[in-house]
Write a protein that binds this ligand. Structure first.
Ligand SMILES: Cc1cc2nc3c(=O)[nH]c(=O)nc-3n(C[C@H](O)[C@H](O)[C@H](O)COP(=O)(O)OP(=O)(O)OC[C@H]3O[C@@H](n4cnc5c(N)ncnc54)[C@H](O)[C@@H]3O)c2cc1C
Length: 275
């Protein structure tokens, strides 16, 4: 199929993006790497009147260390962040998770922010942002705000972003001393979206476990460590609370079992990596 007709603007500065968003409102869509949006256009699941291409705005194409962590601009491609994370010890979870995102070809086009904006419940980058307690920097014409990842994902591919808002960047908190980080997922083939994805942060006294691919949104929960007597019950309760459903890829029961097994394994790996 071919997309419905649309206008296209190639913005070269941020204010131009905001002006177009302000004028077109919900008739406009930001075009980043196009790896999710273009198939949606072709299938006519999205029919925007205007596409605003942000990939030529230099100010959005930066990765920067800030007081809060590592800030990743809207134009940063997944391959760029993977390259950065493999060299920067402050981003151990992303160094482990990003190789699971699609393929080298899709990572060289797709952006980090595009994936988070798209909010697929099986996607790795929203899960990492949530598990680390990260935030998003949103901006419309006369107002900027920061939103915690915990408040951003509100339903199946639905977010707290307003129609006229650009996600300017996202901030991943830097690794903390005494913490370990691990990531695992099960999919049908490498590069497919996860059936279940697990991201874990372990400290000396407990763990935070993020789960993707089960509920409508990525979720995170504080758990005791696996050697605690109440660990199995707490993880089992988490698996049930995610309210898994059967679909073409897996049954709800299989997903719950993966949460229990892969969840434990991921926390144990995070404990072994504590610095
Ligand atoms: C073969 C294949 C395999 C894939 N496998 C995986 C996988 O395993 N895991 C995974 O997570 N993803 C996977 N993807 C999706 C891929 O990661 C996409 O790159 C990502 O979902 C979207 O990023 P993008 O930059 O391409 O965004 P686009 O497709 O350009 O945009 C996606 C959506 O986000 C909006 N948007 C983008 N940027 C902004 C912004 N700054 N502000 C506001 N809204 C914005 C767009 O308007 C659009 O609605 C796969 C894709 C393909 C084609």
């Amino acid at each position: 199929m071919k997309p419905a007709p649309f206008d296209y603007v190639r913005a070269t500065d941020r204010d131009e993006v905001l002006e177009h968003l302000h004028e077109a409102g919900d008739q406009a869509r930001i075009l980043a790497g196009g790896q999710s949006l273009v198939p949606m256009l072709n299938m006519r699941l999205a029919k925007p009147a205007l596409l605003i291409d942000v990939m030529h705005v230099e100010a959005l194409a930066r990765i920067e260390a800030t007081a809060d962590g590592i800030r990743v601009g809207a134009g940063v491609r997944q391959a760029q962040l993977l390259d950065w994370a493999t060299r920067d010890p402050r981003l151990p979870l992303l160094a482990r998770a990003l190789p699971w995102v699609g393929h080298a070809q899709t990572r060289s086009r797709g952006t980090v922010v595009g994936s988070i904006a798209h909010a697929d419940p099986s996607a790795e980058q929203p899960l990492c942002l949530l598990t680390l307690g990260g935030s998003l920097q949103l901006r419309r014409r006369r107002r900027a705000r920061s939103v915690a990842a915990a408040d951003f994902f509100v339903g199946m591919m639905a977010t707290a972003r307003g129609d006229t808002e650009l996600i300017e960047s996202v901030t991943f908190p830097a690794a903390q001393p005494g913490c370990g980080y691990a990531f695992n997922e099960i999919g049908r083939r490498h590069g497919d979206f996860a059936i279940v994805a697990c991201a874990a942060v372990a400290t000396a006294s407990g763990a935070r476990l993020g789960i993707g691919g089960v509920a409508d949104i990525p979720t995170v929960r504080e758990l005791p460590l696996p050697d605690a007597p109440d660990f199995d019950d707490a993880l089992n309760q988490y698996a049930w609370d995610l309210d898994a459903r059967d679909d073409l890829h897996a049954t709800a029961r299989y997903r719950r079992e993966l949460v229990r097994r892969l969840g434990r394994q991921t926390i144990e790996e995070a404990m072994q990596c504590r610095n």
